[in-house]
Every structure is written in C-alpha cells, then in structure tokens.
Ligand binder design. Structure first.
Ligand SMILES: [Zn+2]
Length: 331
C-alpha cells in the first residue's frame, strides 16, 4: 500500500479514485500471476528501436548473410537473412499479457504487440521461412504469438519439452495454422540454404516436461550457422553443464567467430571452458535495461572479456547486425 500512496500523492481527488481502481485491478492481476507462478519478464523495452548498428563486414551486397540480434528487452530474438533469400527467426522475445494470464480452457491468452513487432514493421517482414523456438520460456516464446498471427511462416522448429499451459496453447495455434513443426535432434543439419551449414548441437527432441527453469534452459536448441568460413553460434539459454558436455563431445568443432551469449549473460552460462572452445571474436548479449535478474552478470562479462570477445549488449547498444559478405563481393 505504501507504493500506491506514494504514487498517488500528487494526484487530484477524482484521478486518485480512478487510478486506485486501475491499480487495484493491476494488483489483483499481479497476484493472479504470482498465484499461478508464471514468471512474466520485466516491462518490454520500446518497440521501435533505431536502425541496427552494424558490427560485421558491412552490407555491401545483398547476397551475403545478415544476422540481427534484436533488442526485445529482457528476452531473445535473432533474425537471419540468408544468401538464397530465405529468412529465419530464432525466438520471438517476450510480450505483455493484456488479459487473463490463465484464460479458461479453449481460450487463447491475449498478448499485446511484442517488442519484436517494431523490427518486423521496420524490415517489412511478411513471411519468414524458418522459425525456431529454442526452449519454452516466456521471454523466448511470447512474441511468437504475434509472429504466427501476422507473418506467414514456413517451418517451425521446436523442442518436445513441455512447460506451462500457455506454450501448449501457442503450439496448438501453430498446428491449427497448418504450419509444419519439426523437432530437430542433436547432430542434425538444417537445410536452410545450400551455401550455409546449420548444425544442431543441443536440443530436447524427446518428450519431456519440467517447470524447473534450469532444466528448460538446458533444453535449448543450440545452432551453429556457418557461411564463407565464418560461423555464428546460437546458444539459446544453455547453462554451464550443457556447455561442458558440448566441450567434451565436440571440442574445436564449437569454434565460432560470433557467439549469441547463453542465457542473457547469466553467471551460470558462458563458462571459461566453453568460451575457450568457441573462441568468439564478437559476442552479443540480449538483455533488458534494469532487468530484475541482474543480467548480464559481471562474472559472465569478465569471462567474455578474458576470452578476447568484443561484447555488444542490446540494452545499451540496441539491435545489432552482423554481416558476412558473399565471396567476391565488393566491400
Ligand atoms: Zn531467456
């Protein structure tokens, strides 16, 4: 109540009573969320971010590979324009829930426009060939509801890991749209473009269910995308136990020029051994300003610095673009 009193201290009487009503319904909403133990992310950042900063080879040609690390506040979304004209989206970031966070069976949860909507509008995206959900956490899947509603999607890549009912509602919606869902397994190659190798290093392709955040993080579909001898490693939210498994099993095969840093720079990801194997020159952390998780952690930032990676953060640097030019292109 102290918070409400402070917030209303300067308002005239009529505004106070209206605001109190709004605030009390918000409080009830928040309590409902807590009671159902849904973790909603920190408030999304503004949707319409400025033009992305370029940190790669420079966009001298249309035929290369263009990788975007999108500012979606506290959450992940990465977009790829492939040399053959195909496109891929890895995760959709968070979205605000505007109605009942637990609507009755058969009713869809209602989301507001997600931070990702700004990027989709800015790039005039009407269709996406491949959409990947790394793992069923809200800060990765909620923005996908908007994507599947507004954008024509070719193939959906998912894990078979279950979490809460809301992700199952989204999965049912995607199936009802007639979009083919593929469950990639570790070791698979995804045929996105003939010139590009997309290799799956981690996934939960077998049936599973958990509400344990760490278990779900470790289910993340991790991908290495290679084009013209340049590689980008997308870690999802994998944590150090999966990282060390990958280091033992794959060693130098993990080596990548660019790293999408695991789990928003959490201290339980980006272990020294993993970074030693990946050897990233450039690292992107997707994270919200002043998030309640303390991401990115100093521990992860220090390890990235010690590994020699130049670090970009979406909370400070906004949406980032990394370009790999086609062979023979003029730079
Ligand atoms: Zn996450």
């Amino acid at each position: 109540m102290l918070f409400f009193s402070l917030a209303l201290a300067g308002l005239p009487a009529r505004a106070k009573s209206e605001s109190l009503e709004t605030l009390s319904s918000r409080a009830a909403f928040a309590a409902a969320i807590r009671a159902n133990s849904i973790s909603l992310p920190a408030a999304p950042q503004p949707s319409f971010a400025p033009a992305p900063a370029k940190t790669g080879a420079g966009r001298a040609d249309k035929n290369g590979l263009h990788a975007y690390f999108i500012d979606v506040g506290q959450g992940d979304a990465e977009y790829l324009e492939l040399p053959n004209g195909k496109t891929a989206l890895i995760d959709g970031g968070p979205a605000e829930v505007t109605g009942d966070p637990h609507p009755p069976d058969g009713q869809e949860i209602v989301y507001g426009n997600p931070p990702l909507a700004g990027f989709i509008a800015q790039h005039n995206i009407r269709s996406i060939d491949y959409v990947v959900l790394t793992h069923p956490h809200f800060d990765h899947y909620a923005g996908l509801d908007y994507v599947f509603t507004h954008v024509q999607v070719g193939t959906f890549y998912d894990t078979r890991e279950r979490n809460d009912i809301n992700i199952e509602k989204l999965r049912a919606k995607i199936a009802n749209l007639g979009v083919n869902t593929v469950y990639p397994a570790e070791g698979d190659s995804l045929n996105w473009a003939p010139e590009v190798a997309v290799r799956v290093f981690n996934s939960c392709s077998a049936e599973g269910s958990s509400s344990d955040g760490q278990v779900l993080n470790n289910c993340s579909i991790a991908l290495k995308v290679t084009y013209q001898n340049t590689s980008i490693f997308y870690s999802g939210d994998i944590q150090s136990d999966v990282e060390s498994r990958l280091v033992s099993k794959y060693g130098a095969q993990l080596q990548s020029d660019v790293l999408k840093v695991g789990h928003h720079g959490s201290r339980t990801s980006s272990s020294a051994a993993f970074l030693k194997a990946v050897k990233p020159k450039t690292a992107y952390i997707e994270v919200g300003k002043d998030n309640s998780y303390g991401h990115p952690t100093q521990a992860a930032l220090s390890r990235l610095k010690a590994a020699g990676a130049k670090v970009y953060r979406t909370d400070r640097d906004g949406t980032q673009e990394y370009d790999i030019a086609a062979a023979g292109a003029t730079r």
